[in-house]
Ligand binder design. Sequence first.
Ligand SMILES: Cc1ncc(COP(=O)(O)O)c(C=O)c1O
Length: 391
Amino acid sequence: MKIRDKMTYLDNGATSFPKPAGVIEAFVDFAKNIGASPGRGAYEPAQIAEDKIDRTRQLITKLIGANDPNRVVFTSNASEALNLAIFGLLEQGDKVVTTRMEHNAVIRPLLELDRRGVIDILWTEVRDNGRLDIEQFYELLETPGVALAVTTGIANSTGVIVPFWQIGEFCHKRGITYLVDGAQLCGVYPVNVLEDNIDLLAFTGHKGLYGLPGTGGLYIGKGMEKKLRPLIYGGTGGHSDLPSMPDELPEKYEPGTPNTPGIVALGEGVSWVLEKTVEKIHQHKQKLLSMMLDILRDVDGIQLFGPKDDIDRTAIVPIIIPGIEPKIVADILWEEYKIAVRAGCHCAPQIHFDIGAPQGTVRFSFGAFNTVEDVEYAAEAVIEIVKNYAK
Ligand SMILES: Cc1ncc(COP(=O)(O)O)c(C=O)c1O
């Protein structure tokens, strides 16, 4: 096969690349020409900074179907947003229902509260095709004392879409707070926090929203701010005389100087996604997913993980070449083909036991900029590796 000179980037599950040109331009323009800290000065650039941050808030509000931009608070990534939700909400004796397909950004804060003796965690299993055992999840939600349900929107290891809209309805009827880890969901698959009954939605800026690393946030549903303690305490620009964090949103959860250039650039990423539409981006990636699955499904010497078809999953293709460690396959893909993928357990250790890949997988994850040619090239490379290396 003809080897490409340039990198073929298939690690969009880790971070999307490349970024839309407007994202980079907005970042540079802010850093070069504006520079001021928002809400902390009466001069024009400080006001411009504030307005630009508000614009990003409004665009995210639109993307997630919320109705109040002040309910979108910025953090440095999804991990911080999830920590804010989990540590801010849970009280002594609470029970939490979650799943074994979560990322460590959910698992570790929960386990920390478990270790401290604060909460009990009820884990829902993943079936071997990567889908959640939804019946077990609902059963666990009926346990007395459940205060919080936490699920990912889309599993980063398999691309499986969790039926968050059904879980939201179930939780809403029982008065259970529902937190969704939207790191792989926002910008990738349609979500509407109000219709889907999501109380808290964590997002990250650098994946499906096509912003830069160091940006993310938490959508805080109506009434949640009464229960949710801040994670970080400090200055908020205004209300300097108050000895505690102000009650107003978003200030209550946004102490310190924000990553203004990053948030401004994120606005361009979200605007780009809204213009293309989440549905069209999803459709394009579904085409790539179907193609990759169709080519690899019948190849001897390759094991595919996740659902067999392209239904209820997004453009993530985890594979194993039996006999070659996933990390070695990823190395060969890079060294010989300049294909960038990720190998291992993808910060989601439990699901890999449930799907029968305890040593992890090689994960191909497609983004909006990938093409049919990228899929053909990657599939051809995998088939060649099987031929050349597998015993
Ligand atoms: C499902 C899921 N949750 C949370 C995260 C953490 O996101 P961030 O690194 O932006 O904090 C990731 C990142 O890979 C993820 O895939």
